[in-house]
Design a protein around this ligand. Structure first.
Ligand code: SAM
Ligand code: SF4
Length: 323
């Protein structure tokens, strides 16, 4: 199993397959795709080699992300490649949901186990104000279809934004009363490009956590391999609440994931200073070379990000790497 010098073990790969996106979320790509967005994405063969390499090193879960991963027409093939790699037990997708209504059955058939969909508001006008798209209804229908077609785990992601969606909280709670999804609230993270927006909109998750506990929500004991999200359940609700608080103390201690960009660079942290190029091994279908390189690089992973001090590393916006 891949591990670093602090004993953290990495069984989870987050793979970005494109930096392109069709949304303009105000905290991520307010002006749309930058003109230098790279387009020479990892090919399916390179992805096959990459995933086989990680599986050989003990990875059992792959999350496909972006940019918007569903902009790649070969997404169902990529899901299938991950799913058919010996050792990979779980294939997950993070998407803005724009194609779910049309494609969820293809994703399921290809072997998708888990789905995370971004939904920053349940009010169509607020949703459009945040994402630049008037497509909330379609996305919610796609989520319904995902639940109906037997995707094991469905989670919804909301970035908490002081000036936008905090007033929508009650709608999220009403939704999970009868719907068995985990609705996850993510603290806005500062990136290279969103400093002013961050200063105006960051909300710490603590007050939500305190409110949940005061209203009878109970912390769910996390399974051994769980990530840094804190989950809460309540007897009156079919769904759960998740909280992701990257600014909280010790957030990085439970880090269990590594990231690879759509250009084949290994990122040891979402906010690392740079990506480490392993693409030449992937293009050459060199699993042994890739696995030696990754093991050596991972040993040098630092203890934590320095977001609290405002250091955002090379990450200009999260569409570059997938969050
Ligand atoms: N386009 C897909 C989507 O939106 O789900 C996948 C990529 S997106 C970068 C992955 C996740 O990162 C989304 O849930 C998004 O809301 C979140 N995200 C993006 N920028 C963020 C930021 N600055 N702080 C916190 N979360 C952010
Ligand atoms: Fe696109 Fe996802 Fe970024 Fe929104 S959060 S702009 S959907 S990559």
């Amino acid at each position: 199993m891949l591990h670093d010098s602090l004993g953290r073990r990495f069984h989870y790969l987050r793979l970005s397959i494109t930096e392109l996106c069709n949304f303009r979320c105000n905290y991520c790509l307010p002006d749309g795709n930058p003109c230098d967005t790279p387009k020479d994405n990892l090919s399916k063969d390179e992805i096959r080699t990459l995933v086989a390499t990680f599986a050989k090193l003990g990875t059992s879960k792959v999350r496909i992300t972006g940019g918007e991963p569903a902009l790649r027409k070969d997404l169902p093939d990529i899901i299938e490649i991950c799913k058919n790699t010996p050792g990979i037990k779980k294939v997950a997708l993070t998407t803005n949901g724009f194609s779910l209504k049309r494609q969820i059955h293809d994703f399921k058939q290809a072997g998708l186990d888990a789905l995370n969909v971004s939904a920053d508001s349940l009010d169509p006008r607020m949703f459009a104000a945040i994402t630049g798209k008037d497509t909330l209804e379609d996305i919610m229908q796609g989520i319904d279809m995902a639940l109906g077609c037997g995707i094991q785990t469905v989670k919804l992601n909301t970035v908490m934004l002081k000036q936008f969606n905090l007033a929508d909280m009650q709608q999220f709670f009403t939704f999970i009363k009868d719907t068995p999804v985990t609705w996850r609230f993510i603290e806005l993270m500062q990136t290279g490009n969103n400093q002013q927006f961050f200063n105006q909109n960051h909300v710490a998750g603590d007050s939500l956590k305190n409110n949940l506990l005061a209203q009878g929500w109970q912390r769910v004991i996390a399974p051994k391999h769980a990530g840094p999200a804190q989950e809460f359940s309540h007897a009156d609700y079919a769904g759960r609440i998740g909280l992701i608080m990257p600014y909280s103390k010790d957030f990085c201690q439970t880090c269990n994931r590594l990231r690879v960009s759509s250009q084949g660079k290994l990122h040891l942290c979402l906010f690392a200073d740079q990506g480490l190029d392993i693409r030449h091994h992937l293009s050459a279908n060199d699993i042994q070379g890739a696995s030696t390189a990754i093991s050596q690089l991972v040993a040098g992973k630092t203890a934590g990000h320095n977001l609290q001090q405002g250091f955002t590393g090379a990450t200009q916006q999260l569409a570059m790497l997938g969050g």
